[in-house]
Design a protein around this ligand. Structure first.
Ligand code: MCA
Ligand code: AMP
Length: 507
């Protein structure tokens, strides 16, 4: 089935002949969507898109609530040979304007509540059609789907054709669209399915958002490749996740999930018969790993990935899952440590920049050949910007980041973007945005602002100035107004001093 479409064929293979096998389980309504039902609807989605004039290679931008229909749309886009472009639901219209202008999608799919807000932005970017998907599995795209019958000849797409573009920021501020091919997604899903021993009888608790690699590709693609089922939750609610554990076998989460779950009564009993707990997207504290093992008896399996590369390394399924490490390079993936200035490989044990090569690595940044050339070497290695080392047993340790990046609750936040907005506010001379330790989110955003003499700026004014332009999760959790920023002799702002100064803010 779908033989001529590289990714779709691999997402479908395990469920051919198992049409009645469960795929998406709705924990609220109790309804089950079988594989047969799901792919019928994905085909109807594909037909609806083609009717709208969608052609191979067209981008379909989606900023919509997490629903089954959005998963059908993802697979429908792949079947139609188009390019899926999911966007964080927290982004404001100002943020959307940039993505739409850069990606020039043919279609925008959004929440019905946001049509008014986003239509002018879509028009300005030449988007041909705005459709909706609502939180209740309704919307104009669902109507368009239901007007179609199942049965669709998947559009021919090869290993190197694009399946998705996911935006990710760089140190230079503006977001870049990481171009992900059919084979980058398919190869990673195959590898992880095998490495983590996913099977058709697995039931994954799915509580992650589906606009990022973790919830979209890692969780959903693996489940489909294995022919397993997902308890598909609209969002993360610690009590609800614990309640689902007795009927589930696997949980995938960011460290914040595990920190919050540890506070839940009944966790130990509920988790007893689970098979696997996976953590990623941000560093899992060794302390959280130890607490989890003490309470549940399970060792969390930590892995490391990026939007540009899908998953790169993983702790072993069968061997020792070493806390504070991200395990070994996955089969078929090479991880090396290089010297930051020269790019020369470093001897074992030394700290340097992690570089990654393999079929999982992206095809470059959308319409940004210079940025692609700067980060993707001609020999195929991608320069991650993460600092790490490989120990004598081959475990990869991430020890820091070369890039100025904050990871809060698993979301990446680029200080430069926030500093740019703050610096444009009245009465601001300059600012430095830093991440400080936070017990729930891992890191929290803090802004340190220098005000102009005679023109006092306040925390409230800064927050009010950011409100409409910046997604809530990126907004500072604290603002400090100071006379000057610490600088080194070269005049560079010493963020490490600011981080030390505010390290205990949320302790
Ligand atoms: C919500 N808030 C946040 C975050 N989430 N602030 C900072 N960082 C966050 N991550 C804000 C809300 O806007 C709200 O602010 C306040 O915090 C409290 O919200 P709350 O209801 O507690 O939050 P939540 O809805 O429970 O969300 C927390 C969450 C969520 C469940 C941890 O952030 C989440 O699902 N994170 C997962 C992100 C993820 O999937 N990352 C994978 C990226 P206010 O009250 O002011 O409005 S893929 C990736 O990184 C790579 C490829 C990889 O390796 O996986
Ligand atoms: P993203 O840009 O959302 O793809 O995030 C990728 C970044 O998340 C990586 O470059 C790392 O800095 C970080 N990351 C992902 N997984 C882990 C992990 N297990 N431990 C530490 N950092 C991680």
């Amino acid at each position: 089935m779908y033989e001529q479409n590289h990714l779709a064929q691999q997402l479908r293979r395990a469920s051919v002949g198992a049409e009645d096998a469960p795929f998406l389980l709705n924990p609220v309504s109790g309804q089950t969507t079988t594989y047969g039902m799901f792919f019928d609807r994905a085909e109807q989605m594909a037909k609806a898109l083609v009717d709208l004039g969608v052609r191979p290679g067209d981008r379909i931008a989606v900023q919509a609530p997490k629903t089954q229909a959005m998963v059908e749309l993802y697979v429908g886009v792949v079947l139609a040979g188009a390019v899926f472009l999911p966007l964080n639901t927290g982004y404001t219209a100002t943020e959307l304007a940039y993505f739409l202008g850069d990606a020039t999608p043919r279609v925008l799919v959004c929440d019905p509540d946001r049509v008014e807000d986003l239509s002018p932005v879509a028009d300005a970017s030449g988007v041909a059609a705005v459709l909706t998907l609502g939180p209740d599995e309704g919307g104009s795209l669902v109507q368009a789907r239901d007007a179609q019958t199942p049965g669709f000849d998947a559009v021919a797409r090869g290993a190197d054709d694009l399946a998705a573009i996911l935006y990710t920021s760089g140190t230079t501020g503006r977001s870049k669209g990481a171009m992900l091919t059919h084979e980058a997604l398919a190869s990673n899903a195959r590898t992880l399915t095998e490495y983590w021993q996913f099977r058709a009888d697995d039931v994954l608790i799915h509580a992650l958002p589906i606009f990022h690699t973790h919830g979209l590709f890692v969780a959903l693609n693996i489940t489909m490749v294995a022919g397993g089922a997902c308890i598909f939750m609209a969002g993360f609610d610690a009590a609800a996740v614990v309640a689902q554990m007795p009927r589930a076998s696997v949980l995938m989460g960011v460290p914040t999930f595990y920190v919050r779950l540890l506070e839940q009564p009944g966790l130990a009993d509920a988790a007893r018969d689970m098979r696997l707990f996976v953590s990623g997207s941000a560093p899992l504290l060794a302390e959280t790993h130890a607490q989890w093992q003490a309470v549940t008896g399970h060792a969390i399996l930590e892995r490391y990935g990026m939007t540009e590369t899908n998953m790169n390394t993983s702790n072993p399924y069968a061997g020792e899952r070493r806390p504070g490490t991200v395990g070994f390079a996955l089969p078929g993936v090479e991880v090396i440590v290089t010297e930051a200035e020269t790019g020369a490989p470093l001897p074992e044990g030394e700290i340097g920049v992690l570089e990654v090569r393999g079929p999982n690595v992206f095809a470059g940044y959308w319409r940004m050949p210079d940025k692609t050339a700067a980060e993707l070497r001609e020999n195929g290695f991608f320069i991650t910007g993460d600092l790490g080392r490989v120990d004598a047993d081959g475990y990869v340790h991430i020890v820091g980041r070369q890039k100025d990046l904050i990871i809060s609750g698993g979301y990446n936040i680029y200080p430069k973007e926030i500093e740019g907005l703050i610096d444009d506010l009245p009465g601001v001379v300059e600012s430095a945005v830093i991440g400080v330790p936070h017990p729930d989110f891992g890191e929290a955003v803090v802004a340190v602002v220098v005000g102009a003499t005679g023109q006092p700026v306040t925390q409230d004014a800064i927050m009010a100035g950011l409100r409409d332009d910046l997604a809530r999760f990126k907004q500072p959790k604290a603002v400090f107004v100071v006379d000057e920023l610490p600088r080194n002799t070269m005049g560079k702002v010493q963020k490490n001093i600011l981080r030390d100064r505010h390290a205990a803010l949320f302790a």
